[in-house]
Ligand binder design. Structure first.
Ligand SMILES: Cc1cc2nc3c(=O)[nH]c(=O)nc-3n(C[C@H](O)[C@H](O)[C@H](O)COP(=O)(O)OP(=O)(O)OC[C@H]3O[C@@H](n4cnc5c(N)ncnc54)[C@H](O)[C@@H]3O)c2cc1C
Length: 370
């Protein structure tokens, strides 16, 4: 049994709290906000869960494992967190991200199929795909209710004995200063999303950017539509999950936004571009009323790979984050992986290490990772 302090109750920190308390560790989970707060990146209503990661088999396997663990959390908590509506990837060519993904998923035994455009179109109430070569469909992918999932993780962790502490924390060597108290532990994890670079500027490089989401009233027929990603054109979205509206998001990397700054109002350019894509791809949405728009932040590592590594000066202090617009789904599987690294000496991928990183293409869409 270890005494563990986790700072940051987003998908990475709350998943760790859930995982470690079930193992019998004595966990304190600190956050400046309530779990699921919209100012945290994990505080959005929905996030896609998919195994498709181009040629990258490691993330594909981790996402698949995460799917099993989210189901386990659903069974344990009685909450419905995942909708398995499938995710369709719109391929513009035969040799791109989707073709790499199809090969990788096939080799890993993860269900995925190559569909003709006309066949894929039938899953959407309205679809125009004459610019597409084919569609990769992952039937067991879908949508996670992100905010609810993080709140459920924290609640289940508390039920298993975790102490939840509200307060802004600061590192003091191996200790954590929070709300006037000094917390000591066998292991400390800083899973602070977009705030990590400010807390550890000498070790962490992240770009925190402003992103926007638009939800259209397309009617009830969109409730069962698959999630979708147009990787090359950098758009993604979902059907109408829980009556929120049909989600359409432009994945182009937005302007920098300090993690502590208020979230600004919608930008005309992003709204215009998102509407234009919606009207082109899903013609029935051309006149659909906008019911909701949201702003949030990405925290992007230089190569879009996650960060999970010990602090160079303190072996029992760990830095975890760098979700880079694709981290949510992996939360519970990352927690399991970290626990195995700590207690079974299972190696973590070297690419999760701290230190300089080379640019690499984004693992969410071609919306740029620079
Ligand atoms: C618009 C959008 C769409 C996305 N789509 C997807 C998707 O489809 N699929 C997917 O898998 N991922 C997606 N992501 C990415 C995913 O949401 C993030 O990678 C993930 O939520 C990051 O989780 P985190 O735990 O690292 O950070 P966060 O959720 O930000 O959590 C960090 C926590 O640390 C706390 N904190 C920070 N500093 C301190 C401090 N000093 N003291 C106390 N508390 C502190 C914060 O309050 C916060 O609660 C998307 C992200 C965005 C913004």
């Amino acid at each position: 049994m270890e005494r563990v302090v986790i700072v940051g109750a987003g998908t990475f920190g709350a998943s760790l709290a859930w995982w470690l308390t079930r193992r019998g560790d004595d966990v304190t989970l600190v956050d400046q906000f309530e779990p699921g707060d919209p100012r945290a990146t994990s505080g959005g209503e929905t996030r896609l869960i998919r195994c498709t990661h181009g040629a990258d088999a490691d993330y594909a396997r981790m996402a698949r494992r995460a799917r099993t663990l989210w189901r386990e959390l659903e069974r344990e908590s009685g909450e419905e967190l995942m909708t398995e509506c499938g995710v369709s990837w719109f391929a513009h060519r035969d040799d791109g991200w989707e073709a790499d993904s199809l090969r990788t998923l096939g080799a890993e035994g993860i269900p995925a199929e190559r569909l003709e455009v006309g066949e894929a179109a039938r899953a959407f109430p309205s679809f125009k795909g004459d610019d597409l070569a084919w569609v990769l469909h992952e039937p067991e992918a879908g949508v996670l209710r992100a905010q609810k999932a993080v709140q459920t993780l924290a609640r289940e962790a508390a039920r298993h004995g975790a102490k939840l502490v509200r307060g802004r924390a600061a590192p003091d060597g191996e200790r954590v200063l929070a709300g006037g108290a000094t917390l000591e532990a066998d292991r400390v994890i800083w899973s602070c999303g977009g705030w990590l670079a400010g807390l550890f500027p000498e070790h962490v490089t992240l770009r925190v950017t402003r992103q926007e989401l638009f939800f259209f009233d397309g009617g009830p027929e969109w409730a069962t539509a698959p999630g979708w990603v147009d990787y090359d054109r950098a758009f993604y979205g979902t059907g109408d999950i829980d009556g929120l509206g049909v989600k359409v998001a432009w994945d182009k990397e937005g302007p920098p936004l300090d993690p502590d700054a208020d979230l600004p109002g919608p930008s005309d350019e992003v709204e215009r571009t998102s509407r234009a894509y919606a009207a082109e791809r899903f013609p029935a949405l051309a006149q659909a009323p906008l019911v909701l728009s949201k702003r949030c932040r990405y925290e992007i590592s230089p190569d879009s790979h996650f960060i999970a590594a010990p602090h160079p000066g303190h072996a029992n202090v760990w830095i975890v984050g760098g979700g880079s617009g694709h981290g949510f789904k992996h939360g519970p599987a990352m927690a399991e992986r970290l626990t195995r690294a700590w207690h079974e000496h299972a190696p973590l991928p070297p690419r999760f290490a701290l230190g300089a990183r080379e640019y690499a293409a984004s693992l969410r869409s071609a919306g740029s990772n620079r």
